[in-house]
Write a protein that binds this ligand. Structure first.
Ligand SMILES: Nc1ncnc2c1ncn2[C@@H]1O[C@H](COP(=O)(O)OP(=O)(O)OP(=O)(O)O)[C@@H](O)[C@H]1O
Length: 583
């Protein structure tokens, strides 16, 4: 083993999260424990790969599985997502005691920062001052790689790992472009020169916050957000009262303004720079039509920037929808490197559905007990399943917050702000938090059930291990969801044994499940069925789907699966399927 290598190796046969989590093995000073094998420790502060030697079973999955991609129909998307832009389809916790998880200067793995300082590049004194005030000294790799090319006026498609500063990567050069344009002070409705589109409201707000930091000394430039969740008229008034040249928006609401806000389309004729943040998501089928409509409303003569941590080949092929032919593709994920971070350990567990609540509780209790600064995100498949999981875990007296598209925007903002600032919290979330959201110091990400696709797995996992810090990921699947592992087989994810949960814990969990309202269970059942029905693999065989849905309903303590409104069954294409009850 090269001297710089991590000792983080999963030992074949030994890697069990069950052992890793409760482990009490003392870790020598200066080393940290391997998540997957309690006996292995890693040198602290060394960036290295954590490819488990024991990942062979995953790597042997058949190619057919690797090519499997899940897609979701708009029926499910819209049913579970009300007035929503992003779809909500319906170890011993790292014994990090000795580890400084890294400050803002670089974390455990400082490699996301380049050697170039902001004061060494061609940016305006006003921007430089703001960058310094924000506490940024060195550029991240993606910032260093993209800035000069964007400043040359080129269209750019950029791929860089999660949490490595892509937001500043597109905002800073775009602001530089804007600062050279003539601006009339106090103009009531100035043209919008920079349009940033994001898939979720939380992300749009976050981008605007970052933009305001960078605009601190550019006093003639303003930024506004249009995201839905509030009344259109309220946003119209706010845009009138606060002139802006920079607009951050989610696609649905932006389209709404285009169609219903007087003078808005004229203002959009001023766009000089268009940014699609989480570009692959915005260009997939769920958003494509809205994006095409928006693009047709802004000038062709513009600069376009597409940023994401994942850029599947399909996205490169359709990038002409948004960009000029001679665009530059900048990929800071090195040849042979993975799209996930080496300092984030990843494991999966396979267990029947009726054990999932107990396993979750067991893993969380251990994590909470062993890391006073715990901060966990649990991703669930749909909004209503998210609600159910949050309610069960709250009954178990864990410190739970819940976020998904069925919550009011004010509740979402409140929870999001709280989670950003706090420690000692568990956020149960749908995919509204999957991409882009920058919650600092998340210690563990748990994904329950198959994610929408490989990309979504990577983005969800990317909520931990940001800015070079350490993190852990657990993917909890039912046996019939195992095929998904084929899609992530080239990532360093290894199997962990299911913890043995004692009977008193099981009883405690059953009681908690029992206390959850019937209404929540009915909604979760319906959403669960919709989600897996629109999954290409699982939804193919309807009688098997019905059988699996029954398993899910039993995991909620129900003897008989709930009835589903006839019109919903029809929308799902499941009317007359034997075994489903309609109401
Ligand atoms: N040059 C820098 N030096 C230090 N910190 C930085 C720098 N640039 C950005 N950051 C900080 O890094 C964090 C992550 O940035 P950001 O959210 O833009 O990541 P990202 O690459 O867009 O992640 P994701 O793929 O999840 O969207 C933020 O807290 C941001 O303020």
């Amino acid at each position: 083993m090269a001297s710089g290598d991590l000792l983080l190796r999963a030992h074949a046969g030994a890697p069990v999260l069950a052992r890793a989590f409760p482990c009490r093995v003392r870790v020598p000073a200066g080393r940290r424990r391997c998540l997957v094998c309690p006996l292995a420790t890693a040198r602290v502060g060394v960036a290295g790969r954590a490819r488990p030697g024991g990942a062979a079973p995953v790597q042997k999955r058949r190619r057919r599985d690797a090519e499997e991609r899940l897609s979701f129909s708009r029926v499910v998307t819209r049913r579970d997502a009300v007035d929503e832009d992003e779809e909500d389809v319906e170890g011993q916790a790292p014994q990090l005691g000795a580890v400084t998880s890294g400050g803002d200067s670089g974390g455990v793995d400082g490699s996301y920062l380049s050697d170039t300082r902001f004061d060494q590049c061609a940016i305006s004194p006003l921007s430089l001052k703001a960058v310094k005030d924000a506490g940024y000294e060195r550029m991240t790799e993606v910032q260093e790689a993209t800035l000069p090319i964007i400043l040359q006026g080129k269209d750019v498609l950029a791929k860089a790992k999660t949490g490595t500063g892509k937001t500043v990567g597109f905002l800073l050069p775009a602001i530089e472009v804007l600062s050279t344009l003539p601006h009339q002070r106090n103009q009531l409705r100035p043209p919008i020169n920079l349009l940033v589109i994001t898939p979720t409201r939380e992300l749009a707000n976050q981008v605007a916050v970052e933009a305001r930091k960078l605009l601190k000394y550019h006093r003639s430039l303003g930024v506004q957000v249009v995201i839905g969740g509030t009344r259109l008229t309220q946003e119209q008034r706010s845009m009138q009262a606060n002139p802006c040249q920079i607009l951050v928006a989610t696609p649905g609401r932006l389209k709404d303004h285009l169609e219903n806000t007087p003078g808005f389309s004229t203002r959009l004729k001023g766009v000089k720079v268009l940014v699609l943040d989480e570009a692959d998501r915005l260009l997939d089928m769920g958003f494509r039509r809205d994006i095409e409509k928006i693009i047709s409303s802004i000038p062709r003569e513009r600069q376009t920037l597409l940023f994401s941590a994942t850029v599947p080949e399909e996205v490169r092929q359709i990038s002409h929808v948004a960009m000029k032919k001679d665009y530059r593709f900048i990929n800071t994920v090195k040849e042979g490197d993975e799209e996930t971070h080496s300092q984030v350990s990843q494991v999966y567990m396979i267990a029947p559905l009726d054990q999932h609540f107990s396993i979750l509780y067991d893993v969380l209790k251990k994590h909470v007990a062993e890391d006073a600064d715990y901060k966990v995100i649990i991703f669930c498949t749909t909004a209503m399943v998210t609600k159910l999981v949050a309610e069960v875990l709250s009954q178990l007296k864990l410190n739970i917050r819940e976020i998904h598209s069925r919550k009011s925007q004010s509740a979402r903002t409140k929870v999001s702000d709280e989670f950003r600032k706090s420690k000692g919290l568990i956020l149960v979330s749908s995919d509204v938090s999957a991409r882009g959201v920058d919650y600092p110091d998340v210690t563990l990400v748990i994904q329950v059930g198959i994610p929408a696709d490989r990309e979504q797995y990577i983005h969800r996992l990317g909520r931990t291990g940001r800015k070079g810090k350490e993190g852990q990921g657990l993917l909890l699947l039912a046996p019939w969801e195992k095929y998904f592992l084929g899609t992530v087989k080239n990532l360093s994810i290894s199997e962990a044994a299911v913890p043995s949960v004692d009977s008193s814990v099981e009883t405690e969990v059953k009681n908690a499940v029992r206390k959850v309202e019937m209404k929540s269970k009915e909604c979760a059942y319906q959403a669960w069925l919709g989600y897996y029905n629109s999954n290409k693999t699982i939804g193919r065989d309807k009688s098997r789907l019905v059988h699996l849905a029954e398993e899910f309903s039993q995991s909620m303590g129900l003897a008989v699966p709930p009835a589903i409104p006839r019109n919903i069954l029809r929308k799902m294409g499941l009317n007359n399927v034997p075994g489903l009850r309609s109401s």
